[in-house]
Design a protein around this ligand. Structure first.
Ligand code: UDP
Length: 247
C-alpha cells in the first residue's frame, strides 16, 4: 500500500504511475473486495477543505492518485513527499493495456450514450486484445442502479471505469463498492470524452511544460471560475509553507 499524506487537510497517496498500475493489477489478480481509485487535484482539495462529506468520501478510497501537477508540486514544496503525476486520464488507458495483456475484462459506465459507444470503439482499436464485458451510459435513474450493479457483476468484469463527473462518481463508487464484484473501480471524470475524441488534450509542448491547465483555460475561458480554485490552492500552499517555517 502506498503511503498516504495529508495535503492541506486532504489525503493523497504517494504513488507514481508504475506503482499505481502494479498495485491495481495485483489487486485485480489476487485482492479481495473492490479497490476504489479516486483522483485528487487542487480543485477537489479546495472543495474538500470546505466540505466534510467530500473529505470523508475521498478518505474512503483505496487509492487516491495525484492527478495534476498542482498536488505534486504542493507536496514537494511542503516537504511531504516526492512523487510524479498520475493523471486519471492516463491511468485508465494504461490499465486497459495491462488488462488486455492479463485477460481482465472491463466495464465502461458513464458519459453520454454516443460518447460511451465511441470511447469503447476507440479503446478496442487501440487495445485489440481488450475485452469490454459491458457498458452503460451515465444518464440513468437512481432507481435503475441496483439492476446496473447486478449487470456489472454478471458481466464478470474485473475493472470498472465510472465516468459521471466529480463528486457524483466518487459518491456512486463509495455507495456501491460493497456490492460490486469488480476488483478495481476507477473514477475517470471526462476521460471517456477524451478517448472518444470529443475533447482534445493539450498539444505536446503544453503537456511537457505541465501547462495543460493553461491550454484548457485558453480554449474555454469559462473555466476561469474553476481555475480560481487553483489560485486559492497555490495561496493555501504558500500560507502553509510560511506557517511550517515559523514552527
Ligand atoms: N456525466 C454522466 N452522467 C451525469 C453527469 C455527467 O455520465 O449525470 C458524464 C459527462 O457526460 C462527462 C463526465 O460525466 O462524460 C463528466 O466530465 P467532467 O469533465 O465534467 O468531469 P470532471 O473530470 O471535471 O470530474
Amino acid at each position: 500500500m502506498p503511503a498516504r499524506i495529508d495535503l492541506l487537510g486532504v489525503p493523497v497517496d504517494c504513488v507514481d504511475m508504475g506503482q499505481a498500475l502494479d498495485f491495481l493489477i495485483d489487486h485485480a489478480a489476487h485482492g479481495t473486495g473492490c479497490a476504489t481509485v479516486f483522483a485528487v487535484n487542487p480543485e477537489k482539495i479546495m472543495r474538500a477543505r470546505r466540505d466534510e462529506t467530500l473529505r470523508a468520501l475521498l478518505s474512503s478510497a483505496t487509492l487516491l492518485i495525484p492527478d495534476g501537477i498542482g498536488a505534486v508540486l504542493a507536496a514537494r514544496i511542503l516537504g511531504l513527499g516526492r512523487f510524479g503525476r498520475v493523471p486519471g486520464s492516463e491511468l485508465m488507458p494504461n490499465l486497459c493495456e495491462r488488462a488486455a495483456a492479463r485477460g481482465f475484462s472491463v466495464f465502461l459506465f458513464g458519459a453520454r450514450p454516443e460518447v460511451n459507444d465511441e470511447a469503447a470503439a476507440a479503446l478496442l482499436r487501440r487495445f485489440p486484445g481488450l475485452e469490454i464485458a459491458g457498458r452503460q451510459h451515465g444518464y440513468i435513474d437512481d432507481a435503475d442502479m441496483p439492476a446496473l450493479v447486478e449487470r456489472i457483476n454478471a458481466s464478470g468484469a474485473a475493472i470498472l471505469f465510472a465516468a459521471l463527473g466529480s463528486p457524483r462518481q466518487e459518491a456512486w463508487m463509495n455507495r456501491h463498492a460493497p456490492a460490486l464484484r469488480v476488483k478495481v473501480a476507477q473514477g475517470v471524470g471526462g476521460t471517456l470524452d477524451v478517448i472518444a475524441g470529443r475533447v482534445n488534450r493539450a498539444p505536446p509542448l503544453f503537456l511537457a511544460l505541465n501547462l495543460e491547465w493553461l491550454y484548457r483555460l485558453l480554449r474555454e475561458p469559462r473555466r476561469i471560475w474553476r481555475q480560481r480554485a487553483l489560485a486559492a490552492f497555490a495561496w493555501a500552499v504558500v500560507r502553509e509553507r510560511v506557517r511550517g517555517k515559523g514552527r
